[in-house]
Design a protein around this ligand. Sequence first.
Ligand code: CA
Length: 280
Amino acid sequence: MCYTGAGLNVINVVINVGVGLPAKTPVRTTHIPLLATALESPKNPAMPPARPDTMPHILIVEDEAAIADTLVYALQADGHSTEWVTLGSAALDQQRQRPADLIILDIGLPDISGFETCRQLRRFSEVPVMFLSARDGEIDRVVGLEIGADDYVVKPFSPREVAARVRAILKRMAPRVEPVAAATLFQLDTLRMQISYRNQPLSLTRHEFRLLQCLLEQPQRVFSREQLLDALGVASDVGYERTIDSHIKSLRAKLRLVASEAEPIQTHRGLGYSYSPDHA
Ligand code: CA
């Protein structure tokens, strides 16, 4: 997983469409049993990797064992591997040596605070961070200090809710390479809401961006005008067909400025529109 952006609810996904350790600091670790077996036999070269790349790895930084336990349980039940440390300094060491895909970070820690941990973390890592806060008031600081948190929960929290939010963050962060991989000439930057076509940045309105993004992510799929309106977050109403048609028309005009002979957006009479890599 590759993180190119940081900040509160900020995702930076740049898709280049065309081209297509043991810890030094003693830490308390938790693994799902199957993987623990693999970790305990590092000398056997035939052993599978300690964690499959497909299993997101979550680092939990929390000094209260009972809270950490509930998180470990909920996250493992949700298909994540977990590691648990109790100190901010240990979290920083861990992230340098065995980078997690997401860190759940308590604010009140025995050594350095969660805020300070995050600040130091941001010097070398853009990993998503979810803060755990004991008080509502602390959250103002999370937001106010803009220290690069992606989400926060206030104690007491529901472990299942935390797991759901972890899933949501990871989904948001995941570079959506595959759906667009078939396209060879578009480059999509979801943070800047920028799409380049044949290496030329397009100057798109918000609606044009969303429309093109929607089409690019599923090449060859025919979208009805109603589905495209959904992608724009606009309610279907009288005249919606004309709305989509007019956005598509201006989008095509912008694409033609880059490549006059190409017709990447195809019209399907009576059905809607699709993106065709063959015509791009
Ligand atoms: Ca604490």
